[in-house]
Structure formats: C-alpha cells, structure tokens
Design a protein around this ligand. Sequence first.
Ligand SMILES: Cc1cc2nc3c(=O)[nH]c(=O)nc-3n(C[C@H](O)[C@H](O)[C@H](O)COP(=O)(O)OP(=O)(O)OC[C@H]3O[C@@H](n4cnc5c(N)ncnc54)[C@H](O)[C@@H]3O)c2cc1C
Length: 396
Amino acid sequence: MDGGSDGLNIAVVGAGIAGLATAAALERAGLRCTVYERSQRLAAVGAGIQISPNASRLLHRVGLAERLESVAVRPEALELRRWDDGRLLGRTVLGDRCEELFGAPYYTLHRADLHSALLETVRSDVRLGYTCEGVEELERHALLRFSEKRTETADVVVGADGIKSTVRNALLTDRPRFSGQVVYRGLVPTEAVLDPHDSVPKVTVWLGPAQHCVFYPVSGGRLVNFVATVPSEDPWQEESWMATGRVEDLRRAYTCWHRQVRQLFAEANAVTRWALHDRDLYPTWSTARLAVVGDAAHPMLPFIAQGSNQAVEDAFALAASLGSCGGQIDAALERYQVVRVPRVAKIHRESRSSTSNFHLDDGPAQQDRDVTLRDVHELHNRSWLFGHDVESSFES
Ligand SMILES: Cc1cc2nc3c(=O)[nH]c(=O)nc-3n(C[C@H](O)[C@H](O)[C@H](O)COP(=O)(O)OP(=O)(O)OC[C@H]3O[C@@H](n4cnc5c(N)ncnc54)[C@H](O)[C@@H]3O)c2cc1C
C-alpha cells in the first residue's frame, strides 16, 4: 500500500459519503489513503438528501461548489405544515439568507449526485470487492482482514462502514436499536405535483399524529423526493433494513392526510422501505490507530437531516487532526474524538427527541408545540448547527 505525503499510510473502510468525504479531506490535508469498499459496484442507495451550510462549506473547500450547484436545488424555505388542513406552523427562510448568515448554501439533492461528485474528486485508490471482516491493532501498525483471506496493513484505519460497522466492533460491543418506525422513500416528477401558483423550491415537513412526511426538490428541480415515516411493530430488522415497499401501504397510511400529501403519493410508482435504526451515542470513537466516522460512529434518526452532514464534519475534523499531528497518531485520533463527541451528542439527542415532538396526537401538547415552532425555526436559532466550521477547532 502506498504511503501518504508525510509517510502516513491510512486505510478507509467503506466508500459511502463518510468514506469518500474522508478521502477527499485527507487529500486536501496532504495525506493519501486507500479506500476499501465491499460492493463490487458503487451505486448510491436512497433518494434525496439535505446538505446544510455546516457541510456545504466543507464540500466547497474540496472543489465541489460548481458541481453541486449544477445538480442541487437551493430551497428558499423550510415549511412545517399541519397534517389535515395544511396550515403553516413554522417557516425557516433559507436561500440567500443562509449564505448571508453562514457563508454557505443549503442544498437539497439526490444522494447519488453527491456520491458521484465525491467519487470524481477523490484521487486515492478506491478498491471494490473488499469486505472488511476484522481489524486488529498491533504494536507498529493495524492489520485489516478482508474476505477471501486478504490482509492489508495501515498506520491508521478509519471505519466509514456504516451503521453495521465492522471497525466499530473493535471499539464497542453495542448493537443498533430499532426505532419502531419505518420510512418510505421515493421520487416523483415535479410537473406532476407542482402547484402552478407556488413554484418556490422548498422543504415541506407535514406533521401529524404518530407520523410525518417530508418533500423537497432534487435533480436540479426535476424530481420531488419524499420521505414518509410510519410507525411499525414489525420486527423485520435483521437481514436487510432496506427493501422494496408497496406504494399501496404508503397510501393507506396517509389516507386521511391533506390533499397535497395524498396527491403526491398518488404519483409514486415505486418506493423503498427502510426500518429506521440508530445506536446510543458513546464517547469512544478511536483508539491508538483506529477511528470511526459517519454512521459507523454515530448512526442517528434522520429527523433533523444531519447524518451525512455530520459525516462530512467528521471527515474534515479527522483530516485536520491527522494533517497537523507530526506523526503523533494516537494524540491526533484522541483530539478528533474530544472535538467531535460533544457536538454530535447534542445533534443525536435532538434527532431522537424530534420523534416524539413531530408525532404528537392532536391535543394540548401538540398545541403548545405549535406555538413554539414559530420561534424554534427562525434561521438564526440554528446558528449553533449551521454556522459551525469544524476546521476552526483545529486552528492553532
Ligand atoms: C430516510 C433517511 C433520510 C436521510 N436524510 C438525510 C439528510 O437529508 N441529510 C443528512 O445529512 N443525512 C440524512 N440521512 C442520513 C444519511 O443517509 C447517513 O447518515 C449517511 O448516508 C451515512 O453515510 P456513511 O458513509 O457513514 O454510511 P453508509 O452510507 O452506510 O456507507 C457505508 C459504506 O461502507 C460499506 N461497507 C459496509 N460494511 C463494509 C465492510 N465490512 N467492508 C467494506 N465496506 C463496507 C458499504 O457498502 C457502504 O458503501 C438520512 C437517512 C435516512 C435513513
């Protein structure tokens, strides 16, 4: 395996958004790595993704501004609406205001577009068909064991291998937790659902008893992405958490909802169905030679749309720490963990608490919530989240 510019030999396990963002950030810090991915072909699963200024500012630094502008949409606002009558409950102005306040845009885009943009920018070797089966820390290096009895060594191993991470198993013994909810995801053509009187691109969150759904434009505005949660007792959890869903089940779950919601689901031809899992947030993200990033470190519920955004922050934090460590790998990994854990813990907590807050039955608690939504969603109240520049924590 090749060494990096300062001699460090870094192995990244997983070529999802976290793994590729890590490779891009390491390269920018003057370090090179090898990425090992279990799939034989890189095809991003999922549909839409929201990228907020805390991550878009970092993606721009690795040269992705132009590319993202060509495929993403800049929503003008995030609107919260009531499930039955569509009443506006809260509105966060995004668009230009995001740039003014935080110096970076808010994007909605297809996950595959972000994934290919990252893949095209990465110069490191990305090896496909490498399933990591275990990592071991030895005195002078780490040993990676792959399928078909292949082994590699590295000075540092970065686990970017998602919620069921193998690298994480070397750090912790916990298991993913089923949230009791499934989500249906899909795409519909914009012209089929667009209200001609309202062509402003926006993220709309429809809140109702026990469930909610989110719509936003992707693919330069040609498609609308939807994510719809539905409560589920279904213990279907272990084998695959992502499966083809039945559009009829989705429509049935939203039968009594507002006309615009029903109309959009009526246009859907296909949906995927995901069993939503997260894990408790632990403060152990690294050892002397191993570190985890993205869902391998902190899988969270998607309700404040921060899983990938935090993966990108992890990537740049780790690269900044390793890039300035002067060979002190364990100190660099420790610093990465110390900087990242408190911030992600807050976001992880908010992602979980959003579940009950979003899904209140109609009644006094819901009415109290609706009163507060107006203030909570003022853009300047999100400065702690969107205004954060993770690299500033590593400037000496
Ligand atoms: C419904 C839904 C909506 C979401 N919306 C948003 C959003 O709007 N904004 C946002 O920021 N986040 C969102 N997220 C979260 C986001 O999708 C995840 O946090 C993010 O994709 C995690 O990326 P990752 O690279 O860490 O993990 P993954 O995407 O899981 O990638 C892991 C990679 O590692 C590979 N791998 C796994 N095991 C091994 C192994 N043993 N050896 C080698 N390779 C391996 C996998 O094949 C894969 O390529 C959403 C999630 C869901 C479910």
